[in-house]
Design a protein around this ligand. Structure first.
Ligand code: AMP
Length: 532
């Protein structure tokens, strides 16, 4: 019985499990690689390829290749269109998950079923729900959606004896995530998290592409616009730019052959024309440190580098320059997240409270006896010494409500701020606006702002409900309480109440962008009809 950790990355994905010696191990794909490009290529007749083969198709048939789908997770308005069929981000992600689960299953000779999938710490409720649904659509039993930096920290050293404050600087292919965590006594507590989900190695690739286009057009006189409009040329350049970037992590200069020209790029030129990207990660890092400082963090034991893009020498150098007193360490950049997720999954299975074989997605598909066996082997201590890891998380988005304020205007006012430790509860004591009001509208939003008053454009609507009927004849200002509760999985529940009359309303959080059960079934059917 194995539990798998899957790092479903923007550009690369990885799968791992804990072996019989208690060590987390990555399972290579059918092409013998430890990570698989998160790229899907559709072909005529319902065949899809995933990984390197799909990436190569960028050269020949770029319109039917889908990459960086993780950036679209939780968005309703995005669909990828190929051969008369539309695919949601969940379906595309499910195709990637199916490929890596199938390959791992074949390599190990057993089916991959129970999984923990990771996501960036700042993913909101809808992105997490979409990630879970992608797993379900791939036929997997998703035990948990775990934050990537927490997974990296588990893999790095839950066994550490000394309490430590660690900053995880995770620069992947398409996301940048900075998370400050405290590790002590088998417990991992996220103190603050921040980042930019539109920033990652891809942006460094694009800078190389722009440089190469500019230089080659200068040499051959072709118009820059006509190069950008040529999908095949651009697909070819995308591959070459990433390759050149990786080479620049080893060499002082590279040559890129493109459109009949050869463009040479030195590492110092590369560092120069990408410095704005690197600086923006430093700014985000400081913002997150400021949040942590408000919660009492005044020193750091370590900066852990996670994510393939931290292999660029500029990252390590810049962090050492910015934080000369904090040791900077590499944490198995490509594999630590999948490994940590597998370790977490095993721990969960060993200590989960469940009675019977449970296949409904809420518990591991194991028996009590298997659980006993796991507990004996669990690697955080043996036998009676084995202990569960405690994971304390924070919410990554603020929760706000629309109120009529003293200026008599409607404002969206944050109630629970991001980086608040969960589970948590907050009660808003409000009141009716006018006399004889028989209903009260309750609108709840999610946002990433740090301000108390937030612009509606920056918010995502979560709830559009109402409390009522209220008794007639109430004066203006009749007391209305709104109780916000967030559980340890980040799930929000809201109750509105007029205590004197006993009027209570439980408001369902409507994840407007989440697939309904019916829609999910449709996506499952689409994915199952493909030859992966
Ligand atoms: P991840 O999402 O953590 O797998 O990171 C993938 C990103 O790391 C991609 O943008 C890769 O191009 C980048 N990457 C992988 N290896 C290297 C390397 N040696 N030098 C620079 N970037 C790399």
């Amino acid at each position: 019985m194995k539990i798998f950790g899957i790092d479903l990355g923007t550009t690369y994905s990885c799968i791992a499990f804990v072996n019989e010696y208690g060590a987390a191990e990555v399972v290579p794909n059918a092409e013998s690689q430890t990570t698989t490009p998160s790229v899907v290529a559709f072909e005529e007749g319902g065949t899809v390829s995933v990984g390197d083969a799909a990436k190569e198709t960028l050269n020949t048939d770029p319109d039917n290749v889908c990459s960086t789908i993780k950036r679209q997770m939780g968005k309703r308005d995005f669909t990828f269109y190929a051969f008369d069929q539309e695919y949601t981000p969940e379906a595309i992600s499910a195709i990637i998950l199916k490929k890596i689960a199938k390959d791992a299953g074949e390599a190990l000779g057993e089916e991959v079923k129970d999984v923990v999938i990771t996501c960036p710490a700042y993913f909101g409720l809808e992105e997490r729900e979409a990630t879970k649904k992608a797993g379900i659509a791939a036929g997997l039993n998703v035990l948990a959606i775990l934050n990537e930096p927490t997974a990296a920290a588990i893999s790095y050293g839950i066994k550490t004896e000394e309490p430590q404050t660690v900053m995880v600087y995770d620069l992947g292919g398409g996301t940048f995530d900075v998370t400050i965590i405290k590790v002590e006594n088998n417990s991992i507590r996220v103190v603050a998290t921040g980042g930019d989900h539109m920033m990652g190695g891809k942006d460094w690739d694009e800078k190389i592409s722009s440089y190469v286009i500019e230089q080659s057009c200068q040499a051959n006189g072709e118009s820059v616009d006509s190069v950008y409009a040529d999908n095949e040329l651009m697909g070819d350049l995308e591959l070459k730019s990433e390759k050149a970037k990786k080479q620049l992590s080893q060499k002082d200069s590279v040559k890129v052959k493109f459109n009949g020209e050869t463009v040479e790029i030195s590492r110092s030129q590369f560092d120069q024309f990408t410095s704005d990207l690197l600086e923006s990660t430093i700014t985000k890092t400081h913002e997150t440190m400021l949040e942590a400082e408000k919660k009492g963090v005044d020193h750091y034991d370590k900066i852990l580098l996670v994510g393939g893009s931290t292999r660029m020498p500029q990252v390590d150098a810049r962090l050492k320059q910015e934080f000369p007193n904090i040791p900077v360490e590499f944490c198995d950049p490509d594999q630590s997240v999948a490994k940590g997720a597998a370790m977490y999954g095993l721990n969960m299975a060993a200590f989960a409270e469940f009675s019977e074989k449970d296949n409904n997605g809420d518990g591991p598909t194991i028996t009590k006896e298997e659980q006993e066996e796991l507990r004996r082997n669990v690697f955080f201590g043996t036998g009676s010494q084995a202990k569960p890891i405690t994971i304390k998380n924070v919410i990554s988005q603020c929760i706000a409500v629309k109120l009529i304020c003293e200026d008599n205007k409607e404002h969206i006012v944050n109630q629970i701020f991001k980086n608040t430790e969960i589970p948590c509860e907050h009660v808003l004591h409000a009141g009716t606006h006018m006399a004889n009001q028989t209903t009260v509208a309750i609108e709840i939003f999610e946002n990433a702002s740090t301000d108390e008053y937030v612009d509606e454009d920056l918010c995502k609507a979560l709830v559009d409900g109402e409390l009522g009927p209220l008794p007639s004849g109430l004066p203006a200002g009749a007391p209305i309480d709104v109780v916000f509760k967030i559980d340890e999985n980040g799930l929000l529940s809201i109750d509105a109440e007029h205590k004197p009359s006993g009027a209570v309303k439980h408001l369902e959080v409507n994840l407007q962008n989440a697939l309904s059960q019916e829609e999910l079934q449709e996506e499952i059917a689409k994915v199952n009809a493909l030859h992966i």
